[in-house]
Design a protein around this ligand. Structure first.
Ligand code: ADP
Ligand code: MG
Length: 318
C-alpha cells in the first residue's frame, strides 16, 4: 500500500506564542498544542514528516554564547553548530510531545528527529550579498575587529549599533534524505530539516563542511516535501488563510488558488509580505513545479479542518 505522506512545516508560533512566553517551559507548552493537531493528522492516516523554524532559538543560543564569551572567556559557538543545537532541542520537545500525545491515544508509532544538513552551492549568489542579521549588537570597534579577524560581514543597523549579517542561500540537497525516507518507510514519524537544515557546502577536498549561513525553513521544508513525494505540503503558521491585499481595506481571504494564480499574485508584489508570507508562497510554487499536487497554508488549530477542505488556503497544480 502506498503511503500517504504529508510534510508539515511548522512556523515560529508553534514554539513561541509571543515575547512574554519564550522560556523553555513555554516553548514546550506551545509544542504540546501543535502536537495535538499533528496527532490528528496521523490518526487521519497520514505519514507525517515535520519541518520547523528555529530563528529565535538560534538567536538565544548565540546570545548565551556571546555573553559567556565576554564574561568568562568561554569559546563561542559557530552558527552551524547553533543550528545543530537548536535542531536537537526543538526535535526533542516535538518528539516527546508527539510520543506522549500518541501514547494517550493508544497509537503505537515511533517518532524520531534527524539532525539534518542541507547542501548549498558555494557559488550561490547569496554569499556575495549577505543580508540576514544574526547575533547581538556590537560597537563599531568590535564589529571592525571581527570583520578583520574572523571575516564577518558587518553592517550598521540604523542607529542601533553594528550587527553581523550572513547569507541565506538556496537549499540544493538534503544530505540525510535516504535516512529520512527509510524512516518514513518503516512507519516512523520524522522531524527533519529544522530551521531549513544546517547549511553545508562541499569544500575543495569534496568534504561536507558547515557554513555560517541560514536557510529559509519554508524552502528547506519544500525541498523535503518534493524529495519524499508528499501527497500534500502543509505550511502551518499564524494565520488561518492567506489574503490578497493583506492588512489593507480591500483584503480578500483566499480559499483555493492554482499554481498560476499563486505566481501571478506573487509577481504583483503587493500581497505577500517579504520575509513572512512571500517565502511561503515561493516554497509552495517550488513544490508544485517540482511535481507536487497540492499545498495548504493554515494555522495549527485548523490543520485538521483544512485537510478536510473546510478552511486554509489551498494551492493546487491546475
Ligand atoms: P512563520 O514563523 O510561520 O514563518 P511568519 O511570521 O514568517 O511566520 O509568516 C506568517 C505571517 O505572515 C502571518 O502571521 C501574517 O502576519 C503575515 N502575512 C504577510 N502577508 C500575508 C498575507 N498576504 N496573507 C496572510 N498573512 C500574511
Ligand atoms: Mg517565517
Amino acid at each position: 500500500m502506498a503511503k500517504k505522506v504529508a510534510v508539515i512545516a511548522i512556523g515560529g508560533n508553534s514554539l513561541i506564542k509571543d515575547t512574554k512566553h519564550q522560556s523553555v517551559e513555554d516553548q514546550y507548552l506551545a509544542a504540546t498544542e501543535t502536537c495535538v493537531h499533528i496527532a490528528d493528522m496521523i490518526e487521519a492516516g497520514y505519514e507525517v514528516v515535520i519541518g520547523h523554524g528555529n530563528g529565535p532559538q538560534v538567536g538565544f543560543i548565540l546570545r548565551r554564547s556571546e555573553i559567556a564569551a565576554k564574561a568568562e572567556g568561554m569559546h563561542e559557538v559557530p552558527l552551524d553548530v547553533c543550528g545543530a543545537d537548536s535542531q536537537g532541542a526543538i526535535g526533542y520537545s516535538l518528539q516527546q510531545n508527539l510520543q506522549n500525545e500518541l501514547h494517550r491515544r493508544g497509537i503505537n508509532k515511533p517518532v524520531a528527529t534527524v539532525v539534518t544538513q542541507t547542501l548549498v552551492d558555494r557559488e550561490d549568489p547569496a554569499f556575495k550579498s549577505p543580508s540576514k542579521p544574526i547575533g547581538g549588537f556590537m560597537d563599531e570597534i568590535e564589529a571592525k575587529r571581527r570583520q578583520k579577524e574572523m571575516g564577518w560581514t558587518v553592517v550598521e543597523d540604523a542607529g542601533r549599533g553594528w550587527r553581523r549579517v550572513v547569507a541565506s542561500p538556496n537549499p540544493k540537497e538534503i544530505v540525510e534524505i535516504e535516512s529520512i525516507k527509510a524512516l518514513i518507510k518503516s512507519g516512523t514519524i520524522v522531524i527533519a530539516v529544522g530551521g531549513g537544515g544546517i547549511p553545508v557546502i562541499r569544500n575543495a577536498k569534496g568534504d561536507l563542511e558547515g557554513v555560517a549561513a541560514v536557510i529559509d525553513k519554508d524552502f528547506g521544508s519544500s525541498l523535503l516535501a518534493t524529495n519524499v513525494d508528499a501527497e500534500v505540503f502543509v505550511i502551518s503558521t499564524a494565520v488561518e488563510r492567506v489574503a490578497l491585499n493583506y492588512g489593507k481595506p480591500d483584503q480578500k481571504w483566499l480559499d483555493k488558488i492554482t499554481l498560476s494564480d499563486a505566481k501571478k499574485y506573487l509577481a504583483e508584489g503587493t500581497h505577500f509580505a517579504k520575509g513572512s508570507m512571500a517565502p511561503k508562497i515561493q516554497a509552495v510554487i517550488r513544490f508544485l513545479e517540482a511535481g507536487g499536487k497540492q499545498a495548504i497554508i493554515t494555522n495549527p488549530e485548523n490543520i485538521g479542518r483544512a485537510l478536510k477542505g473546510e478552511t486554509g488556503t489551498w494551492i493546487i497544480k491546475e
